[in-house]
Design a protein around this ligand. Structure first.
Ligand code: PEP
Ligand code: MN
Length: 362
């Protein structure tokens, strides 16, 4: 006979492997009634796999609501008992890890403000030694993938087998559209470097507001994320933290229902053949681009020879402005954005300068 504890453990394994994995619940646990009622309404949608709630809240300024603390853990236990939903909370210290495990929290996560601090990550990792609990690691608040990867490594070295990643966006100065800029390219880079780990998007902390949540959720699904963590509350406007970004459980279900769930792959031969033909064309064009860039650099080197003979500087601003202006105008005609052309030509220019410098120094 299986013990209840083994049964719950088995259930967490199933939930952990689920894709898409949908995690939802309030930013913060506030009262027992709020945690239980939100959990029950989430469970009633039939679309949520795991209940989240913040017990200890890392707030920017002192004096703000900093979470109810350990007393909220039994509320989560109660919510799990009534709904069957496994639970997940943020932990930032060894004591918090111990308290969470004492109250049977099923999955732990490391928050963005903790991932930035190697001392704290190490403390949490050490407290996890010998414990078989899945851990999700949010990206650090600053856009530094090494720091994020470093936290993953610390937790992995402590012997944690199930590690997930949560992309919650990056803090950037003067950004208005997002609360935390998604910088999708960085997140995708992280995902590609950690292929075996569930990669979860947190649109709530990226958007910071309700009205743009759905777009970000869809974008994450289009980019083949493995799950979503979305904040929900039984009375969002009166939430004690992150009120603007939370939605009711029913609104969450509505949003999940309106997402177009794209698949990474399908089994149709026709589709694969068509895709293969187009990919061959792309490979061919990439090959030509590389060959041409190589030829372009050879010409730049020849110019370098002339500059060397005549003692002329490598960087000539007016010439470069002319190149960029022509390229952006031409690019516009074939549907290439000014931003892309500028980034692309800046990279080409840097490479060109390096080639010329070699000629001049050599
Ligand atoms: C949260 O999930 O409520 C939270 C504090 O998130 P983050 O660590 O991403 O700021
Ligand atoms: Mn929050």
């Amino acid at each position: 006979m299986q013990t209840t504890e083994q049964a719950i453990k088995g259930q967490t394994e199933v939930v952990w492997a689920k894709c898409p994995l949908i995690i939802s619940g309030p930013c913060s646990a506030e009262t027992e009634e709020q945690v239980v009622a939100t959990a029950q309404r989430l469970a009633a949608t039939g679309m949520v796999d795991m209940l989240r709630a913040g017990i200890w809240k890392p707030r920017t300024k002192p004096g703000m609501f900093e979470g109810v603390g350990a007393k909220g853990l039994s509320w989560l236990q109660q919510a799990k008992k009534l709904t069957g939903l496994p639970t997940t909370i943020e932990v930032a210290t060894a004591k918090q890890v111990q308290d969470a495990l004492t109250f049977d929290v099923d999955v732990l996560w490391i928050g963005a403000r903790t991932t930035v601090n190697p001392f704290s990550v190490q403390e949490v990792a050490d407290a996890l030694r010998g414990v078989d609990v899945p851990v999700m690691i949010k990206n650090p608040i600053n856009p530094d993938l090494e720091l994020w990867a470093g936290a993953v490594e610390r937790v992995a070295r402590a012997g944690v087998k199930k590690i997930g990643l949560i992309h919650r966006g990056f803090s950037s100065y003067g950004n208005t559209e997002y609360r935390n800029a998604p910088m999708w390219h960085l997140a995708i880079d992280m995902k590609l470097k950690h292929p075996g780990m569930p990669f979860i998007n947190d649109p709530s902390h990226i958007c910071g507001r309700r009205d743009t949540l759905l777009d970000t959720m869809q974008k994450a699904i289009d980019l083949d994320y493995d799950g979503l963590m979305i904040e929900s509350h039984m009375d969002p406007d009166n939430a004690w933290s992150d009120a603007k970004q939370q939605v009711t459980p029913e609104r969450l279900a509505e949003m999940l229902n309106s997402i177009i769930w794209r698949r990474e792959d399908v089994n149709s031969e026709e589709y694969h053949a068509a895709l293969e033909r187009l990919r061959q064309q792309i490979n061919q064009l990439d090959e030509e681009l590389i060959q041409m860039l190589g030829r372009r650099m050879k010409i730049a080197e020849q110019i370098g020879e002339y500059k060397k003979e005549n003692n002329i500087t490598i960087l000539q601003t007016s010439r470069w402005n002319e190149v960029i202006e022509r390229a952006t105008a031409r690019g516009d005609k074939v549907g290439l954005s000014k931003e892309f052309i500028t980034r692309y030509f800046d990279a080409v220019h840097m490479e060109s300068i390096n080639h010329q410098k070699k000629v001049i120094d050599g």
